[in-house]
Write a protein that binds this ligand. Structure first.
Ligand code: AMP
Ligand code: MG
Length: 402
């Protein structure tokens, strides 16, 4: 049995960033940038007004005061999309709209509501400083600067920046293809009736959802019986289709747990088969022809936990993500939580925040076969091995579930 951190580092040694591909901006959300995005232009491309108001020359306004408001004539209107052909004449102002380029000669903008307009003039009661309400050319990003770094996750904000810079096409890392196999003689398809020893194959759907959330492409193989030869056949055909193969079930020490022997039969290199975590101790990780294999346990809560702790980091790395370590937060326990095992314990909880601190209470049975617990949880707390003293009021590491 190895520690979670060691298991993760063995996995990360075997996982390598995928090749990149060029795609359209319209389908790049949640992909990872496979290139630095260099600004092709200044943003904004010209000095522009941040407000609806009047574009003025600051030096013209030095004499303005409450007692003696200064009258300035309106020379014309400058709206968004106009050019800056007509220069501002001395002692005059342009009425200007938000986003319009600053006319040549003007160096400041005063908001509508801060002046009085009387017919074709405005009256100013104070000196306006240079640069007021002007967004300078290149203030957001300068041409040829790196706007977005390779390895960044593309979120809606990144999509907007790509569009501002004219990137209709861009390079992203390819998504890994992950084949899924559910093992177990007790499993039936979700459309089937249950009872009489049978249960529905929920792991196929749970894992598909987890993989979709993680940006992997899923190749579902389906249910495979607890027979070594059948497993060998399906694992081999899964490897022909996918970069990663994930099975659930069949990795414990039961008489019908054949995943490990199937892997040995095909000549896969098994790198570990047991991790010090609860739920989720029996986990097989193997390498086969430069592809990865995860044999997860069958119990749904174990599937979820081992996926998050061990599979997700591998997928993140293959997808090219730069920083993947999820930060933990200090959480105050609202009840005693014991861990008398020699494994790190993951407890699903409801985290609330009160007056700047985070509090956690358990949301029901933590049995690894109970998935409903997870639906009531919004977070997790992690109790170190043999830490019998985690009591109400203690501060432990926690994390919100995404
Ligand atoms: P195993 O790891 O094969 O010993 O299975 C452990 C438990 O998880 C058993 O109660 C199984 O019935 C259950 N289980 C295994 N595979 C699935 C699945 N695909 N969907 C739901 N439960 C499963
Ligand atoms: Mg089984």
């Amino acid at each position: 049995m190895i520690q979670v951190e060691e298991a993760r580092s063995i996995i990360l040694d075997q996982a390598h960033p995928a090749k990149t591909e060029t795609i359209s901006i319209s389908c790049c959300l949640h992909r990872v940038l496979g290139q630095d995005i260099i600004a092709r232009d200044n943003l904004p491309p010209f000095d522009k007004s941040a407000m609806d108001g009047y574009a003025i020359r600051s030096a013209d306004t030095t004499s303005a005061s409450e007692e003696k408001p200064l009258e300035l004539m309106i020379q014309g209107i400058q709206k968004a999309g106009d050019s800056t052909e007509a220069p501002l004449q001395p002692g005059k102002v342009f009425k200007i709209m938000t986003g319009a380029p600053i006319p040549r000669g003007a160096d400041s903008v005063i908001e509508f509501e801060k002046v009085e307009q009387v017919q074709k003039s405005i009256f100013l009661s104070k000196h306006i400083l240079v640069g007021n309400n002007i967004i300078k050319q290149g203030e957001e990003i300068r041409s040829r600067e790196v706007a977005l770094e390779k390895g960044s996750l593309i979120r809606p904000a990144e999509v907007g920046v790509l569009a501002s810079l004219g990137y209709q096409k861009l390079e992203v890392y390819q998504n890994p293809v992950v084949a899924l196999i559910s093992t177990g003689d007790e499993l039936v398809d979700i459309t089937s009736d249950i009872g009489d020893g049978k249960i529905r194959d929920s792991n196929q759907y749970l894992l598909t959802a987890l993989l979709q959330e993680q940006g992997a492409d899923v190749y579902p193989i389906g249910i495979v019986k607890d027979q070594q030869q059948s497993l060998v056949k399906h694992i081999q055909s899964a490897f022909e289709k996918a970069d990663i193969v994930i099975t659930s079930g069949g990795v414990s020490v039961g008489d019908y747990d054949f995943v490990q022997s199937a892997l040995e039969q095909i000549g896969a290199q098994i790198l570990f088969q047991s991790v010090a975590m609860k739920p989720g101790k029996p986990v097989v990780f193997a390498r086969y022809q430069n592809k990865l294999f995860f044999g997860l346990p069958g119990n749904p809560l174990s599937v979820f936990t081992t996926f998050k702790e061990l599979v997700k980091p591998a997928i993140d790395k293959i997808r090219g993500l730069q920083s993947v370590q999820e930060a933990t937060i200090p959480v105050v326990l609202e009840e005693n939580l014991k861990n008398n095992t020699d494994r790190k314990r993951y407890i699903y909880v409801r985290i609330t925040s009160k007056e700047g601190a985070f509090y956690a209470h358990s949301v029901g049975s933590q049995s690894s076969s109970h998935l409903i617990t997870l639906t009531r949880a919004n977070g997790i707390v992690i109790i170190p091995a043999k830490c019998e003293s985690s009591r109400k009021g203690d501060i432990v590491h926690g994390r919100y579930l995404s």
